[in-house]
Design a binder for this molecule. Structure first.
Ligand code: CNA
Length: 396
């Protein structure tokens, strides 16, 4: 990658399709209507300005989170065998990355704009963050080559798992289990040791039918994704919008390099095409996504807390009921076996050390008020009915 950057582009080779290998030449090509089947190929670099951390960087909070979970090695978090043994690190990561916490970048909105204009043939992304979807690119236009959080299923019986349920579990930092077989549920992100999605293989030759290829925010180091730009036909213009030169782009006659930040790059391209205002308007709409999702997540978390509280209350109520039933059963037993021997219940109560009022109090209200005697009634307790300990405290 570093070497590539220093490799000069052979300017002597004239472009076949573009008028010039510049931003202006590219914009002219697009505006002329010659680019109507555009393929876009993206990677982690288009989401960094959204704040999505790099998985491997030791400086990010995410890595620190994973380190805290004592992973044997960083990639173990995406290792299917490791996941089966210990799904917790992955779900910690999922809690950080789950769609809704991050706003799409203006680069994601640029892809949406291409779609709105009817120019997008297909988006191939390596990202799992679903920000393209959140920006409004429809499902049938996206090939998530490494999977994503968009769908989830049981790793055992393969049954799909409901989205609302996984959202609630992830918000509550719980590990979801299949409703059918209790197997582990996993978002359909491609783990080490798993096949790429069928959609990737079905569409991998599509770049051949494109009339423009835009590559953004990827180092093009992961195969087979990295081979996609090479699947375009000779003479099809390709543009690289990236911080560094990668994947041999720049070597073909109709390659254009826009090196630098991709948000800046798409803004420059949109401006050159006369679309900047539209792009900024589209991007402004995405601000509400995070707001809505954060509110929803709060609601879900609150809901799960409420549910936990309700469970706790149910449990306690059950215990109190059982205690009451037991105490009632015990009283009935005492009454039936001992009390009937006397005709005068009050007298018998006194002889068993009970204040006559206490029994009737419990009988009247059916609760445990007689056990938790209020401070006020303690104060007015006549000395003759004070307990032994009360008397000791009073020095009697
Ligand atoms: P990568 O290998 O980390 O390369 C990223 C590329 O983007 C590099 O060439 C950077 O120089 C460049 N870059 C970074 N920030 C910017 C920016 N603001 N503007 C322009 N260029 C920038 O990432 P790849 O996607 O190529 O690697 C493939 C892996 C990383 C895939 O398996 C992904 O699933 C995985 N990944 C995905 C995410 C995500 O979903 N957002 C995040 C981190 C890693």
């Amino acid at each position: 990658m570093g070497n590539e950057e220093s490799t000069p582009i052979d300017e002597s080779v004239p472009p076949q399709t573009l008028t010039s290998r510049t931003l202006e030449g590219l914009a002219e090509y697009i505006k002329s209507g010659k680019a109507s089947r555009i393929v876009v190929m993206t990677g982690a670099g288009i989401s960094t300005s959204a704040g999505i951390p790099d998985f491997r960087s030791p400086e990010t909070g995410l890595y620190a989170n994973l380190a805290r979970l004592n992973l044997p090695y960083a990639e173990a978090v995406f290792d299917i065998s490791f996941f089966k043994e210990n799904p917790e690190p992955f779900y910690t990561l999922a809690h950080e990355l789950y769609p809704g916490k991050y706003r799409p970048t203006i680069t994601h909105s640029f892809i949406r704009l291409l779609h709105d204009k009817g120019l997008l043939l297909k988006l191939f992304t390596q990202n799992i963050d679903c920000l393209e979807r959140e920006a409004g690119v429809p499902d049938d236009k996206i090939v998530e080559a490494h999977g994503s959080f968009a769908r989830q299923s049981c790793i055992e019986c393969k049954q799909p798992y409901p989205e609302d349920d996984i959202k609630r579990h992830i918000a509550a930092k719980e590990i979801p289990r299949c409703h059918h077989c209790k197997g582990l549920v996993k978002p359909e992100i491609v783990f080490f040791g798993e096949q790429l999605p069928q959609a990737f293989f079905e569409n991998r030759t599509l770049p051949m039918h494109s009339d423009l290829c835009i590559v953004m925010g990827t180092s093009l180091t992961v195969q087979p994704f990295a081979s996609l730009p090479g699947a375009t036909l000779e003479g099809t213009p390709r543009v690289l919008i990236n911080k560094e030169r990668v994947g041999g782009l720049g070597n073909s006659a109709d390659d254009v390099l826009l090196l630098g930040d991709c948000d800046d790059g798409v803004k420059r391209l949109a401006e050159a095409c006369g679309w900047l205002e539209e792009l900024e308007k589209l991007w402004a709409e995405t601000a509400r996504i995070v707001r809505d999702e954060v509110q929803l997540a709060r609601h879900e978390t609150a809901k799960s807390k409420d549910e936990a509280l309700e469970d706790e209350i149910d449990k306690l109520t059950k215990e109190v009921d059982e205690t009451l039933n037991l105490s009632k059963w015990h009283k009935e037993k005492v009454r039936s076996e001992i009390m009937p021997r006397s005709a005068n219940g009050a007298e018998d109560a006194a002889s068993y050390g009970l204040r006559s009022g206490s029994r009737s109090h419990e009988d009247e209200k059916g609760n445990l008020g007689h056990v938790f005697v209020s401070e006020a009634s303690k104060e007015t307790q006549p000395s003759s009915t004070k307990s032994v300990s009360d008397r000791k405290e009073d020095g009697e």
